[in-house]
Design a binder for this molecule. Structure first.
Ligand code: SAH
Ligand code: SF4
Length: 368
């Protein structure tokens, strides 16, 4: 084969302006666009309206737009699939990224409010054994343009009034392992949504929590605890050996909470494993010492996950929840699959991959 064929293809990628933090964007635009009010107009198109191209900026002169388009891009991830809306309106979006990676977001209308669940990484290296994203293994960090793109594309397509929106980082990936890009993304989201309407869910990355605690404006925090003791958490969340459960709980007790806020404790219920009344009592004890509420998530079964993992019966879920309530814990449990934010995330990619594997399509590297 000639060496020509082996030469790697390099694609000149334009810098995406949606990757810049708000102050960097202002400085970058300020150096090439004048007068200053034009910079403001462009910022409004990007951060307010979520423009995915310069073409739509109708109040910006054509030559300015052409100049910008020659230097930069505003491209967002591309929607490749939207699932049929569930009876409750929940809909998943599958996006493809410029490098071919795929990620998903979930749109969830919830009465007065609407939630969008965003992915923070294309894959996840944390490797929780009950999670489809974890099963498919590590991917890469998403850039701010790729996280903001999920938000703006879904918001604009569904024409959701910004004031009625919640955003949750509970899709694919571990947001605190993509900290810098997460912070840039949050800074832009805050221009549309109050910090208390945004939730970041983590598997308990202690250095990331410490950085989050230092931020001036913080989103809500949700922490996936999933087991009532260290031994079981190590079994289903191997990250626990790196960030031990007792150190994680100490970190949560130190975490600065704004008035009226709670830390959400996510707890995936696995039948016969962590769903007994004794487990509920152990969980109640574990989470003492800070303002919290528990979100119990009945396990969402999937062909890629260990076959012993089952969703508990409704009676077992009730018993678990009642025991928590008796122990003075506030708890929510969402039974319908579609309505559960966490259960609605992390599944679409698995199904798509499994399908392509079954039809002899793209080979997927699983971890086990
Ligand atoms: N990496 C972050 C955020 C993404 S996972 C984290 O772990 O918190 C979002 C939530 O989905 C987590 O609470 C996780 O425990 C839950 N989850 C993952 N797989 C699940 C499954 N098969 N059934 C139910 N919940 C699941
Ligand atoms: Fe990663 Fe969260 Fe899934 Fe664990 S539950 S593998 S941290 S996405």
């Amino acid at each position: 084969m000639s060496s020509l064929w082996r030469r790697p293809v390099t694609i000149e990628l334009l810098r995406n302006l949606h990757d810049l933090a708000p102050d960097q964007l202002r400085a970058t635009l300020g150096a090439i666009v004048s007068p200053p009010f034009r910079v403001k107009q462009i910022e409004e198109w990007m951060h307010g309206r979520g423009a995915g191209s310069f073409d739509v900026m109708s109040n910006i002169p054509k030559d300015v737009r052409a100049d910008l388009a020659a230097r930069f891009t505003l491209a967002f991830p591309h929607v490749v699939e939207r699932t049929e809306p569930a009876p409750d309106g929940t809909q998943k979006y599958l996006f493809s990224l410029a490098d071919g990676n795929r990620i998903e977001s979930v749109y969830m209308p919830m009465g007065e409010r609407t939630s969008i669940c965003l992915s923070s990484q294309a894959g996840c290296a944390v490797g929780c054994t009950f999670c489809v994203t974890g099963f498919f293994g590590a991917g890469r960090n998403l850039m701010p343009s790729e996280m903001l793109g999920q938000f703006f594309v879904v918001r604009n397509e569904k024409q959701i009034p910004t004031e009625s929106m919640n955003v949750v980082f509970m899709g694919m990936g571990e947001p605190l392992l993509n900290f810098e890009n997460l912070v840039t993304t949050l800074d832009v989201l805050y221009m549309n949504i109050a910090p208390k309407r945004i939730t970041v869910s983590t598997s308990g990355i202690i250095p990331g929590l410490q950085e989050l605690a230092k931020l001036e404006r913080r989103p809500n925090l949700a922490v996936s605890i999933n087991a009532p003791d260290r031994k079981r958490r190590e079994e289903i969340m191997p990250i626990t050996t790196k960030y031990p459960l007792d150190e994680l709980m100490a970190e949560l007790r130190r975490f600065p909470l704004e008035k009226g806020r709670d830390i959400t404790i996510e707890y995936v219920l696995l039948a016969g494993y962590n769903d007994s009344p004794a487990d509920a009592r152990a969980l109640a004890k574990l989470i003492r010492g800070f303002q919290s509420k528990v979100n119990a998530i009945p396990f969402n079964e999937d062909v890629n996950l260990p076959s012993w993992m089952k969703r508990p019966s409704e009676a077992a879920i009730d018993r678990f929840v009642d025991t928590l309530v008796d122990a003075g814990v506030r708890v929510t449990v969402r039974r319908s699959k579609g309505r559960d934010i966490a259960a609605a995330c992390g599944q679409l990619r698995g199904k798509t991959e499994a399908k392509s594997r079954a039809t002899g399509g793209r080979i997927v590297a699983g971890r086990r």
